[in-house]
Design a binder for this molecule. Structure first.
Ligand code: AVJ
Length: 320
């Protein structure tokens, strides 16, 4: 009988960051709060519900591409690697890769502590041969392999088009940090959503059931709870849409009235119609993304897409 192996590391406490980033974001014009703060326990659950919506084609399309090419991915990457997943969250997609890759260890990193704890425990129980070294961290600040993890050729897995939350320049910086993490010859397997008709993008971020709206509005509930704020949900609305000029879907929270909100003791005035920008989701062509990857020190080994060219999965190799 093999014991499940789960090591849990808290690399980074987050409450102070929430306060500083939210206050700075509300003082700024236009006002903006970083999307990483969506993922408290309720937000992580709402995001998982989004991935199952009929309009949110991203997850099921990417899963299809990964399944179709899992054998080739394993062949190209080889077994025995150290598999690192920044933003591993619910650790769902990695299951497609585990049997083929047979990594020496899996390192999911996520900002959502409870969510990561549960998900990493499930992976460890399901794959008794696998060492799991989970790290609770804001990977946009601290991206380190925990000291208990074994050595092995490193492979980073960054699915879901999470890269789209960064602007192009920040995406290059992030991927350059990943290149450093995996080292020369290391791999990055990354999912990137593709540019497409506006109607399909708009529907994916403004679903009929209102789950994405609840996900966006949950940010205010979280801020109320954790920063002692007094946002009233009924005075705010979800707004999302594709901005062709920037090549990104923007999400905002719209103030439905002229109002004052107190956050951590500080008063903020909002005009009716004023927004808080909560997320960008950049969309790329395969060529555009390959150019960014090259600037970060990666070359494309292979790029796969689904038959309708909705979503791409790039297998990149670090050259520096
Ligand atoms: C997890 C960042 C990839 O941008 O599509 C889903 C988050 N926001 N619906 C995305 C999200 C609204 C998602 N990422």
């Amino acid at each position: 009988m093999i014991e499940a192996t789960l090591e849990f590391h808290d690399l980074h406490p987050t409450p102070a960051d929430l306060r500083a980033d939210v206050l700075a974001g509300l003082r700024r014009r236009p006002r903006a709060i970083p999307p990483k703060f969506f993922y408290d326990a309720a937000g992580s659950k709402l995001f998982d519900a989004i991935t199952e919506l009929p309009e949110y084609y991203l997850t099921r399309t990417e899963v299809g591409v990964l399944r179709e090419h899992a054998a080739e991915i394993a062949e190209r990457v080889g077994t025995g690697s150290l598999l690192v997943e920044p933003g591993g969250g619910s650790c769902a997609k990695v299951r497609i890769l585990l049997e083929g890759l047979r990594p020496c260890a899996y390192v999911p990193m996520d900002i959502s502590r409870e969510h990561l704890w549960v998900a990493a425990g499930e992976v460890a129980a399901e794959y008794p041969w696998l060492e799991v070294h989970a790290a609770c961290t804001d990977f946009t600040r601290v991206m380190e392999v925990p000291p208990t993890a074994p050595e092995g050729p490193r492979v980073a897995f960054f699915p879901g088009s999470s890269i789209g939350n960064f602007g192009p320049e920040a995406a290059v910086d992030f991927m350059a940090a990943v290149a450093e993490l995996v080292g020369k010859g290391g791999f990055l397997l990354i999912g990137v959503d593709l540019k497409k008709a506006k109607a399909m993008l708009n529907a994916a971020y403004d679903d009929a059931q209102g789950v994405t709206a609840a996900f966006n509005l949950n940010l205010l509930t979280r801020i109320n709870r954790e920063l002692g704020a007094d946002f009233q949900s009924r005075l705010w609305a979800h707004k999302a849409g594709y901005d062709e000029a920037h090549g990104r879907v923007e999400m905002h929270l719209v103030s439905l009235a002229r109002q004052t909100v107190t956050v951590a003791g500080e008063g903020f005035q909002f005009a009716a119609g004023e927004t808080i920008h909560t997320e960008n989701s950049y969309k790329y062509t395969v060529a555009e993304f390959s150019t960014l990857a090259a600037r970060a020190g990666f070359t494309a080994e292979v790029v796969w897409t689904d038959s309708e060219q909705r979503f791409s999965v790039h297998l990149l190799r670090a050259t520096v």
